[in-house]
Each structure stands twice: as structure tokens, then as C-alpha cells.
Design a protein around this ligand. Structure first.
Ligand SMILES: Nc1ncnc2c1ncn2[C@@H]1O[C@H](COP(=O)(O)OP(=O)(O)OP(=O)(O)O)[C@@H](O)[C@H]1O
Ligand SMILES: [Mg+2]
Ligand SMILES: [Zn+2]
Length: 463
């Protein structure tokens, strides 16, 4: 007798094979194949049989299409709303992922409080007991009569509760714990994750409920489970932060209803996550005074300028090849800038170890950070100090020229707001339209040499 047909599926990329493989030929990962049962689609189901030319969808003219009205609801957290593109969209599916213990459950429980004021919210947990959740809700001060809690892993059981409660917002914590009786594979396996997620996404699309899915991350930091999960949902949010500090950043990797450049900044405390609407101030508050190797820079995160402090430490190397590390800035870009400074200015970085760090855990992934990084490096190697009132931004080209950057008004405005009085910026960006209050100086530079005048020898008595 023929048994049920099985197939081996790669957990990482979804590649299927009739026999088990140690290494996936598709994505190159080791030991990622799980055995799964093949579910055959009935050949003549109603969908196939019932279709004829009368039921086919018709193409319509773009000009005659009606504009959809996205109903957005505020989550009560401006920082999260911003990342979602202006609030939670009805019938949308959002995947929230992040490392264990980063605060995914905390964030979602916190937004229940505000959403629960106007909507019916169902929080489904497959990981924690009701007692644990109640305890956390007490600590976070969650109140509300239309917030429901369900501790269940079975998809069919959850959907049946959904039919009874009719939630407007469904939170699934987490998608890896779900399993459906329709499939024999273990919870967390690719079929279970994909099909369970699909059930809730479809439920949301048909009833108008917004669905949050919590996803675990794998060792490499990617969302564990099939990549396909990211394609199925409308938005993928990633929650990140370092164990050593309490700041948490949430960013959109994908968003069908808004930009993916925006970030939301939070701080984790015993009352849960607190929003930080002005991250620049937090980062700059801890800046040391009168030290060499430090320069302030500004990068855009979506529509928001964020000012950070760049620190460099340049120390004589004991090895033939100096060591280089970079934290918060692209390593190769740093090496390129060092090469430009060596070649164009004759600075001997090769004799030194170079450590670069961006304070506050925000990564500067924009060319406009070049000038501030270069200045921090020069200051580090020459031991000259960049005064606290100086901030710099501009892209650096291979011959040491400083190139114009975008969003100049936003950056200048943020620098002025934080009290910088000397703004070093690309000459090309200096236009008549650029206005600053009295006492603030705009210093246009067209190459890296011109930026040097804004450094001064280290004054020992000021220490
Ligand atoms: N009493 C407390 N005071 C302060 N912070 C706390 C307290 N309890 C928990 N935390 C913080 O909350 C974090 C756990 O948050 P949460 O359970 O929301 O994370 P998670 O992302 O859902 O994790 P998991 O992936 O394990 O479900 C802890 O790492 C800690 O930083
Ligand atoms: Mg959790
Ligand atoms: Zn694979």
C-alpha cells in the first residue's frame, strides 16, 4: 500500500526535494531540511469547475478605478505609527520580528491598551501562560474591557474564537508556535508556519481585521521560517537594539502602505517601552567635552534628521598591519575614507589601529556621514579637537572633494535646534534660500582640506 507522500523542504528558502539533503543546493544552508507531508489539491474542486467566462475577472481602466480608503488607526505610539506609515491599516498583515527578549510582546501588549479603547483586540499567545501575561499587563498598566486574551496554538481553535469575538485587531505571538490539524508536520516547520500565517492573513482580508504576527529570528538575524512569509504580509517590521543599552529601534524592511526609511525609537524600562521622539538629544546628551576624535554628524532616517556623535580612536599599532573596526558605519566605506585621507592628505593611518564607533547605536548608512567620519578620523590621528559647536555633513569623493547632500534644510534645522553654531556643509548646498538664525554660521567647504580650519589644538587646561 502506498503511504502518504512526503517531501523534504528547506526551512530557510522553501526548496523542496524528494530525499533528505545535508546542504541545500538552493541557499547553501546546512541541515535545514524537514520532512513534510504533501497535501494534494483536489483536482476538480468547486473553484476550478465553477469557472467559466462569466465568472472571470474583467480588466478595468486605471482612470475609472475607485480610490481605496485605507482606514488607519493610531496605535497610541507615534513612533510605531510612523514606521507603519501613519497608523495601523485595517485588514493589513504586519510581521514583527526581533531577537528573543527585545520586547516584541511588550510592544504589542502596550498598543492593545490604546487600540482597545475603540476596537476589539484579540491577543493570542502560544508562548506564555495567562498568569505570565496578566502579570506583564499589570506591570505595563494595561486596562480595557475589549481586550481579549487567548492562550492557544491550534489555528482552527483560534479562528473559531475569532468568529465568536469578531476582533478588529488580532495579535499572534508567535507565528512559530502555531499549528494546524490539517498538516502533520511539527509546529515551526515551514508548512505549518506558512499555512497558519496564511489562515490569519486571509481571515484579516475577509473580515477587515488588522493582523500582527510575531516572528522569531534565526541565528543569522533573519526572520526564521520561510522567506515567503515576508512576501505574504503587507509590512515587515524589525525590532532591534543592543543588550547593553535600553534603546530599541524599530524599522520597516517592507511596507505596502508607507515608506521603509522611517525608524521608531524607544527606551525599555520597567513600565515598558517609552517613545523617544527626539533621538538626537538623547544621543548627544552623553557627549564628552574637549576630546579629540569626536565629531557630530547628521543622517536622515526617512523624513527625520538624526544627529549622532562619531568617535574614532587612532592608536599606534604593534602589528605590521593596523587593525580596523567600525561600529555603526559601513566597514568598507570607512576603509575607503581612510585611503582617501592617506593619499590626499598624507596621513599615516597604516601605522595605526583605527577604531570607529557611532554613539547611541544608530547606524549611519548614508554618504552624508562621510565628512563627519573623515573629520573624526583626522581629529583622532592629529589629536586636534573639533569644538562642540561644530557639526559636519557632506559626501566625500575619491579625490577628497566634498559633494552636495539631500534634505539640507532639515539637517540644518535639526543642527540649529540642538544648539550647534558652526555648521560645516558642502559648498554646493549653500544657497540663498538656506536661512539660519543669527549667531549660527554656515561654513561651506568644497574639499576635505577646507574642513581642517574647524579643528583646534587640544587645550590641556580645559580638561
Ligand atoms: N520587570 C521588568 N523591568 C524592566 N524590564 C523588564 C522587566 N521585565 C521584562 N523586562 C524587559 O522586557 C524584555 C522582555 O520583553 P518581551 O517579553 O516583550 O520580549 P519578546 O521580544 O517578546 O521576547 P520573546 O522572543 O522571548 O517572546 C526583557 O528582556 C527586559 O528587557
Ligand atoms: Mg514574546
Ligand atoms: Zn534552502
Amino acid at each position: 500500500m502506498k503511504g502518504p507522500k512526503t517531501v523534504f523542504v528547506c526551512r530557510e528558502c522553501g526548496n523542496a526535494s524528494p530525499k533528505w539533503l545535508g546542504k541545500c543546493p538552493e541557499c547553501g544552508m546546512w541541515n535545514t531540511y524537514d520532512e513534510e507531508q504533501v497535501v494534494e489539491k483536489p483536482q476538480n474542486n468547486a473553484l476550478n469547475r465553477g469557472r467559466n467566462s462569466a465568472t472571470y475577472s474583467k480588466a478595468e481602466k486605471f482612470s475609472e478605478l475607485e480610490l481605496p480608503k485605507y482606514m488607519r488607526t493610531s496605535t497610541g505610539m507615534g513612533e510605531l505609527d510612523r514606521v507603519l506609515g501613519g497608523g495601523l491599516v485595517d485588514s493589513s498583515a504586519v510581521l514583527l520580528s526581533g531577537e528573543p527578549g527585545i520586547g516584541k510582546s511588550t510592544l504589542l501588549l502596550q498598543i492593545c491598551s490604546v487600540l482597545g479603547k475603540t476596537r476589539t483586540v484579540l491577543y493570542v499567545s502560544g508562548e506564555e501562560s495567562k498568569g505570565q501575561l496578566k502579570l506583564r499587563a499589570e506591570r505595563l498598566g494595561i486596562t480595557g474591557d475589549s481586550i481579549y486574551l487567548l492562550t492557544e496554538c491550534d489555528v482552527e481553535a483560534i479562528l473559531s474564537e475569532c468568529d465568536r469575538i469578531k476582533p478588529d485587531v488580532i495579535i499572534i505571538d508567535s507565528v512559530q508556535t502555531l499549528s494546524s490539524m490539517r498538516f502533520t508536520s511539527a509546529p515551526g516547520s515551514i508548512t505549518q508556519v506558512r499555512e497558519s500565517a496564511m489562515s490569519f492573513i486571509n481571515y484579516g482580508k475577509t473580515t477587515g481585521a488588522a493582523v500582527f504576527l510575531v516572528g522569531h529570528v534565526n541565528k543569522e538575524g533573519g526572520i526564521s521560517g520561510p522567506k515567503i512569509l515576508e512576501h505574504m504580509v503587507d509590512a515587515v517590521l524589525y525590532f532591534e537594539g543592543e543588550r547593553t543599552n535600553s534603546y530599541r529601534i524599530i524599522r520597516a524592511i517592507k511596507n505596502r502602505f508607507g515608506s521603509t526609511n522611517e525608524i521608531g525609537v524607544f527606551e525599555m524600562g520597567d513600565k515598558g517601552l517609552i517613545e523617544i521622539p527626539n533621538p538626537s538629544e538623547v544621543v548627544m546628551a552623553e557627549r564628552p567635552k574637549n576630546t579629540s576624535g569626536s565629531c557630530a554628524g547628521c543622517v536622515m532616517q526617512g523624513t527625520r534628521p538624526i544627529i549622532s556623535e562619531i568617535q574614532s580612536l587612532v592608536a599606534k599599532s604593534v602589528y605590521a598591519n593596523g587593525k580596523r573596526t567600525s561600529d555603526g558605519f559601513d566597514y568598507n566605506r570607512m576603509c575607503l575614507l581612510i585611503a582617501v585621507l592617506e593619499k590626499r592628505m598624507g596621513l599615516k593611518f597604516y601605522e595605526n589601529d583605527v577604531y570607529l564607533n557611532v554613539a547611541g547605536g544608530i547606524s549611519l548608512n548614508e554618504p552624508s556621514a562621510d565628512l563627519s567620519i573623515a573629520m573624526a578620523l583626522i581629529s583622532g590621528i592629529t589629536d586636534k579637537v573639533i569644538p562642540d559647536e561644530v557639526i559636519a555633513f557632506g559626501e566625500i569623493g575619491l579625490s577628497g572633494e566634498v559633494r552636495a547632500v539631500s534634505h539640507i534644510e532639515y539637517r540644518v534645522k535639526e543642527a540649529v535646534r540642538l544648539g550647534f553654531t558652526k555648521i560645516v556643509l558642502p559648498e554646493k548646498n549653500l544657497t540663498k534660500a538656506l536661512k539660519v538664525p543669527e549667531g549660527v554660521e554656515l561654513c561651506g567647504v568644497s574639499n576635505i582640506y577646507q574642513a581642517l580650519v574647524h579643528m583646534k589644538p587640544k587645550s590641556r587646561e580645559a580638561e
